[in-house]
Design a protein around this ligand. Sequence first.
Ligand code: TYD
Length: 205
Amino acid sequence: MASFIVFEGGDGSGKSTQARNLMQRLRRRGSGAVLTHEPGGTPLGEALRRVLKSGPAMSPLSELFLFEAARAQLVDTLIRPALAEGRTVIADRYVASTVAYQAYGRELDRNLVDRLNREATGGLMPDLTVLLDLSVDTSLSRIQGASNDNFDQAPREFHRRVREGYMAQAEANPDKWLVLDGTRAKRDLGRQIWEKVQPLLQQRG
Ligand code: TYD
């Protein structure tokens, strides 16, 4: 079974850049790794992404179900088949986003979020989750003016809770999480991520 590596972080954390960077490193080494993102990554997921990001206002529970619907489709049609073929999968966001944003950020019941995460993924968990951590101030200043979607307009307190949600997950499972300071230079971050990922690839092919 190949490795499954997830990038997480608040808005503006630079996680997508690092996910692409890792993908390029793997490709240069001849790996058939796959890069995907949430919400999205499948035709259904991309349609749900448009609704989530710029559709009509929705209740937190509706939002949770749409994220999980997109995830169920992604795991079933892309992530599991790729891992079964021995390909490393890199995902820009996964279940930890829903714990951080919907359980902590939107204050939905954590047990419900955990349950739906398990159902949507069939229990498939990453080998490593890389968190690019940023203070709320830095995060807000980075996204200011960059975009205007439903999430980027959330109040400061929401972003503070999201960060807390990420930290709680990383602390509960330190062997499977790598927490990095998102203000560090991109090259340093890339190097640290590569150091952590390389042994996983050797172990698991
Ligand atoms: P996106 O444009 O992909 O942002 P980013 O580049 O920060 O990943 O928008 C995804 C938004 O959806 C982002 O604000 C986080 C949010 N989100 C959730 O609230 N719950 C989830 O389960 C996922 C996957 C994303």
